[in-house]
Design a protein around this ligand. Structure first.
Ligand code: PMP
Ligand code: GLN
Length: 398
């Protein structure tokens, strides 16, 4: 302990306490509640991919420091996935970087590309690590709020344009979007791309839910729009796509100068991570389309179970076009139950009241009042678990 009165945690991080995910998962454990808060599946990914990790461990592949950019097998598999899925071509040696989950990719990209004082325009609500990493980089975040419109949260392109100033260095985009489940349309993405080109901005695009897109929605990589190849850092993750969130294998694909910049920061964060898992994820990325189709169909069925249940329990449900989260408005539950529309108070009370844990979207907002009535539930759980949670929530509503 220091004897000075200066706080231990520096000013850049002072506003960030324990992440909401840690807080709410701890609350779930303590109260024995069903955890629909933190987004992790309650069943592991494909058995053959688990076996691939075991094989790598046994064969001594990746048990010592893998190469800084990632093992060649995985970089090649990432490039092949981008080509097969989207017709995007990347050089596995110069344009692909393996990271410790998407979390490290986001951190390294922001630390590498942002100068103190630069403005970073991000969609609000934003994934919690964005704000913390912009702050660590000394940048200023400029939120552009997605607002409810005809049953989903939409981006106002005029507001986005107005948010860009001479100090803006980059746009931080997330589609499919956590926590709202919004998938940006082709028209919206084209407008974002045009703006980036016109104002000569860099773009970081977090596409970790690329394979979780439902109904008529389509995931289109932002980098595929004209003028974007040389300015876009695209981020992916095996955690979401293969249901191994504990393995922490993520990646960046971008033009060589951008990858070189991001690697400069990355090498001093973890240097490298997840050696044997990198080999397993290389095999996972080469799984046939049938794996990805079945994964999406399974999550879609789960979405429908939870969406129907939450609607019956009295929530307003914003049916997500992507991700594995449903954002709800709690106000229709009435002032008493919804704690006067205060999602924080509601989520803190819910474990005791109903034995269910959810996430208050307000934590993802600078404009906390805008986010106050919204609460996020994860549906990446077994159907029986979702049904039990829904049953509990329905009883609550009486
Ligand atoms: N970005 C978004 C939008 C996320 O939801 C998450 C976590 N679920 C991450 C990044 C972090 O991914 P990873 O677990 O691969 O670090
Ligand atoms: N991305 C996950 C979510 O949104 C949580 C990951 C984490 O705990 N950092 O729920």
């Amino acid at each position: 302990m220091t004897s000075s009165s200066r706080p231990l945690l520096n000013r850049r991080l002072a506003e960030f306490g324990t992440t909401i995910f840690a807080e709410m998962s701890a609350l779930a454990l303590k109260t024995g509640s069903i955890n629909l808060g933190q987004g992790f599946p309650d069943t592991d990914g494909p058995e053959e991919i688990r076996e691939a990790a075991v094989r790598a461990l046994r064969d001594g592949r990746g048990n010592q420091y893998p190469p800084g950019p990632g093992v060649p097998e995985l970089r090649t598999a990432i490039a092949a996935h981008q080509e097969r899925r989207y017709g995007l071509s990347y050089d596995p040696d110069a344009e692909v970087l393996v990271t410790a989950g998407a979390t490290e990719a986001i951190a390294a990209a922001l630390l590498a590309l942002v100068e103190p004082g630069d403005e970073v325009v991000a969609l609000e609500p934003y994934y919690d690590s964005y704000a913390a990493c912009i702050a660590m980089a000394g940048g200023t975040r400029v939120p552009v709020t997605l607002r409810p419109h005809d049953g989903s949260f939409r981006l106002d392109l005029d507001e986005l344009r107005a948010a860009v100033t001479d100090r803006t260095r980059l746009l931080l985009i997330n589609t499919p979007h956590n926590p709202t489940g919004t998938v940006l349309t082709r028209e919206e993405l084209a407008a974002v791309a045009e703006l980036a080109v016109e104002r000569d901005l860099l773009v970081i695009t977090d596409e970790v839910y690329e394979h979780l897109v439902f109904d008529a929605a389509e995931h289109i990589p932002l980098v595929s729009f004209p003028g974007m190849r040389e300015r876009t850092v695209s981020i992916g993750s095996a955690g979401k796509t293969f249901s191994f969130t504990g393995w922490k294998v993520g990646w960046v694909t971008a033009a060589a100068p951008l990858v070189t910049a991001v690697r400069s920061a990355k090498q001093f964060l973890t240097y490298v991570a997840s050696g044997p898992f990198q080999y397993a994820v290389a095999e996972a990325l080469a799984l046939p389309d049938s794996y990805f189709d079945a994964f999406r169909a399974d999550m879609l069925a789960k979405r429908d179970v939870l969406a129907a249940g939450l609607t019956e329990a009295g929530f307003e449900v914003f049916r997500p076009a992507g991700t594995y989260f449903i954002t709800t408005d709690i106000r229709p539950l009435g002032p008493d139950l919804s704690q006067n529309g205060d999602g924080f108070a509601f989520c803190r009370a819910l474990p005791e009241l109903a034995g269910v844990v959810a996430i208050p979207n307000a934590v993802f907002y600078d404009h906390r009042d805008e986010g106050a009535p919204f609460v996020r539930f994860a549906f990446c759980k077994r159907v029986g678990v979702l049904e039990e949670a829904v049953g509990r929530l329905k009883k609550l509503a009486g």
